[in-house]
Ligand binder design. Structure first.
Ligand code: HEM
Length: 467
């Protein structure tokens, strides 16, 4: 049995604790983790090496706390679906300080439930359809100049496109100058997420905290302005997330009198920042990996070109793609799924153990951190045949249960998954039907200090128009 509650069964576990090393006193293996973060192989290398040495369940000590890593589909189901209620989400301290303790990512279990029930409506089919339209416009605009650029650093441009998309969707911010400074600050916040949480003037963490302060000021101003507009009825009604959040909070509607669901400004601000981070970096990184895999797999590219040029002809009378157009892009959708499996941009999902239990035959103590190692599951030959082969057609059939974890699973599943998949298909369509490309620097090194796996080179390419 993969998972066993111990306290509930009124028995003491006689199982061993998971194999692994606690490293040095106090710091544990934090230094080795930091060396990995700082290496060209990325911080997942720390986990990969231990997975090979100890197997599918091992323990380590990071930032003064015990962490257990698990990499089977059964443990993913038990922990992420959390039917036992014995696990809650928890990020390392630096992340909570940077996104804010009212963020969906860091809120307590009870608080998270309230927040999620409020935010889930914002990710309706209507919002996704609106996003497809806006995102397509942004992509068409950005791509229109690429052939004059000489070299395009793909990741840099994609980060800009996805940042604009998030800001348009969340707060209707389109002013280039304001977007530029906000993007820089959000970048500092992201860079500080894996830093040691030491708030001294010269530290990376301090730089992130200062940037968070500036982002909060901008969001505060934006919320105030919108509230004034709404109160003076002088609003050209804009249907962004902020409007929907404020509408419930200030217009005296049903939920406004319900204090358990009313959002405070602090909750709105923390979660707008959270969604910018959750949506920008992940999507841009995933898109960059997708183009890399595509460039390395000519056969896949040929099938895709055939599908997409056909659809481009059908949609040529419309200026922009619509959500319905994407449903016909079946091979492109599998391509997106396969890219997400191979890239595993969010490599593992952290949870806190609330009660002693046994997992995979090992004793797990209350208070330990447990991490579901999605990347290892995605690359497990017992789960996916020939896992290192890029093969979108493997998704002709349904993946094995609990094996596709790119967006997580259970009560903390990615809220933006449909939007993210739609954005990836839209980009794929425009990119493939507009350009051929050659890679300028294929260095596979991973960027340091990033929370989501991304290529250090930014994947520079040179493009030419496909006639
Ligand atoms: C390719 C792009 C994306 C990937 C790979 C991705 C992946 C993930 C994963 C794995 C989680 C769950 C982590 C866990 O269980 O610990 C998550 C959560 C989340 N994602 Fe995404 N995401 C992407 C895009 C987006 C977008 C576009 C948005 C929306 C704007 C978004 C918003 C969120 C939010 C709000 C959460 C927290 C949900 C909660 O805790 O209840 N994500 N994402």
């Amino acid at each position: 049995k993969i998972f066993k509650t111990v306290i509930q069964d009124q028995e003491k576990s006689t199982a061993d604790i998971p194999p692994g090393s606690h490293g040095f006193p106090v710091v544990g293996e934090t230094l080795q983790f930091m060396l990995s973060v700082n290496s060209g192989k990325g911080f997942y290398e720390f986990v990969r090496r231990r997975r090979i040495r100890y197997g599918s369940c091992f323990r380590t000590s990071l930032f003064g706390e015990t962490h257990v890593f698990l990499s089977t589909t059964e443990s993913a189901r038990a922990v992420l679906n959390n039917e036992s209620g014995m696990f809650t989400k928890r990020y390392i301290k630096s992340i909570a300080a940077l996104v804010g303790d009212r963020s969906l990512l860091c809120a307590s279990q009870h608080h998270h439930k309230i927040l999620r029930s409020r935010f889930i409506n914002l990710f309706s089919k209507k919002s996704t359809a609106l996003m497809v339209r806006h995102f397509d416009e942004l992509v068409v605009d950005a791509l229109s100049g690429w052939e004059h650029h000489g070299t395009v650093v793909l990741l840099t441009d994609l980060l800009q496109i996805t940042f604009k998309a998030m800001c348009k969707m969340l707060i209707s911010l389109e002013n280039e100058e304001e977007l530029g400074s906000l993007q820089r600050d959000v970048g500092f916040v992201c860079e500080a997420m894996l830093a040691f949480p030491l708030n001294l003037p010269w530290t990376r963490f301090h730089k992130g905290i200062m940037a968070r302060g500036r982002v909060m000021e901008v969001l505060e101003k934006i919320i105030r302005e919108r509230r004034n507009e709404t109160n003076s009825h002088n609003n050209n009604y804009r249907e962004d997330f902020r409007q929907q959040l404020l509408a419930v909070d200030s217009d005296g509607s049903a939920s406004s009198s319900d204090h358990s669901t009313k959002l405070t400004d602090a909750e709105i601000k923390d979660n707008i920042l959270t969604m910018i981070i959750a949506g920008q970096d992940t999507t841009a990184s995933a898109l960059t990996w997708m183009v890399k895999y595509l460039g390395e797999n000519q056969k896949v590219l040929n099938i895709l070109i055939e599908e997409q040029t056909q659809l481009a002809k059908q949609a040529s009378h419309k200026p922009f793609l619509e959500l319905d157009d994407l449903t016909e892009m079946t091979y492109a959708s599998k391509m997106v799924k396969e890219s997400l499996r191979m890239a595993s941009v969010v490599p593992w999902f952290p949870r806190l153990v609330l009660q002693d239990c046994e997992m995979e035959g090992y004793k797990i103590n209350k208070g330990w951190n447990i991490n579901i190692d999605a990347r290892s599951i995605h690359l497990d030959p017992n789960v996916y045949s020939e896992p290192h082969k890029f093969n979108p057609s493997r998704f002709d059939e349904e993946a094995k249960a609990n094996s596709f974890l790119a967006f997580g699973m259970g009560g903390r599943t990615c809220l933006g998954l449909n939007m993210a998949k739609a954005m990836m298909v839209v980009f794929l369509h425009r990119f493939i039907t507009t350009y051929r490309w050659e890679v300028v620097d294929g260095d596979p090194s991973i960027e340091k200090w990033t929370l989501f796996a991304r290529l250090k080179s930014g994947y520079p390419i040179r493009v030419s128009r496909r006639l």
